[in-house]
Design a binder for this molecule. Structure first.
Ligand code: SAM
Length: 269
């Protein structure tokens, strides 16, 4: 874990396991995680992986698999453990909901030094991780499959964690697929790569350097209280650039959502 004082607070005070194992039967095989998911996620995980966030863990089948593939990683599992539209509406899955969280804890009990449940809605959970300095190598998205929710999950991740690999399940589902591409459409296609199979998808950040036009340079210089004389540099023909770690907005009009990178030296590069 890339630890900061803020992330220590997260692990000590928020991501607590109960002292005693809940008294519910394990259901180790319950879940949807399949070979097609594994094919997309495998290349993103190794013994070098330090931090993973999973959005949507259910009973922990995918969470445990991720932990097995990344044996030195912390896996933060974000879930309400309240179900999703299609699960609450389905009698077969609804019956699991009253003890869903306890079943997750029992199923993941042997992983409790490596897997940490964060019981929150997806966007709240992601924002809490961001606030506490968590920098995931990879984020697996498998929470809600409703278009608007997935759009929110994807935009939050792209904005808050631009250097993380994003993977996700249920790419066959039109709501998921449209939300993924509508979110990505807001970002410069040169700043990420995309691949998928029928089941899962993967977005990999591509660090790039962008050039800014004069007015935007001025705005960024002012906001960053940088003492660069943009006009003089322009006159001298200097190219002022701005490095970005991964997906960034196509239009910098929206740059409130781009994480500013501290300026170094005379230029941004
Ligand atoms: C399809 S299941 C996850 C399956 C799991 N990844 C697996 O492969 O075994 C979806 C999970 O997302 C959770 N969920 C749905 N909407 C959510 C939201 N907006 N925020 C957090 N969790 C959510 C549900 O409680 C459920 O446990």
């Amino acid at each position: 874990m890339r630890s900061t004082r803020s992330s220590d607070v997260l692990f000590q005070e928020i991501l607590n396991w109960p002292a005693d194992k809940p008294n519910v039967p394990p259901k180790m095989s319950q879940g949807w995680f399949s070979g097609l998911n594994q094919a997309i996620l495998s290349p993103t995980l190794s013994d070098q992986t330090k931090m993973v966030i999973e959005v949507g863990s259910w009973m922990g089948k995918s969470t445990r698999w991720i932990s097995d593939q990344a044996p030195n990683a912390i896996v933060i599992a974000i879930d309400t453990w309240l179900g999703a539209v299609e699960l609450i509406s389905d009698e077969q899955h609804r019956k699991f909901l009253p003890t869903l969280y306890e079943t997750f804890l029992v199923n993941c009990w042997d992983y409790r030094t490596k897997i940490f449940p964060l019981r929150a809605d997806s966007i709240t959970g992601l924002r809490v991780c961001k606030k506490h300095g968590i920098q995931p190598d990879m984020i697996f998205v498998d929470g809600s499959h409703e278009y608007r929710s997935v759009l929110g999950d994807m935009l939050t991740i792209l904005e808050e964690f631009p250097s993380s690999i994003i993977t996700g399940d249920d790419y066959w589902n039109a709501g998921v697929r449209n939300a993924v591409h509508d979110a990505l459409a807001q970002f410069d296609p040169k700043s990420y790569t995309f691949n998928s199979n029928k089941r899962a998808f993967c977005v990999r950040p591509q660090p790039t350097v962008i050039e800014l036009d004069t007015s935007k340079k001025k705005k960024i210089a002012e906001e960053a209280k940088h003492d660069v004389d943009v006009a003089a540099e322009e006159e001298a023909g200097a190219i002022v650039t701005y490095p970005v770690p991964g997906p960034h907005r196509v239009s910098l009009e929206d740059r409130d959502t781009v994480t500013p990178i501290p300026l170094r030296g005379k230029h941004w590069a």
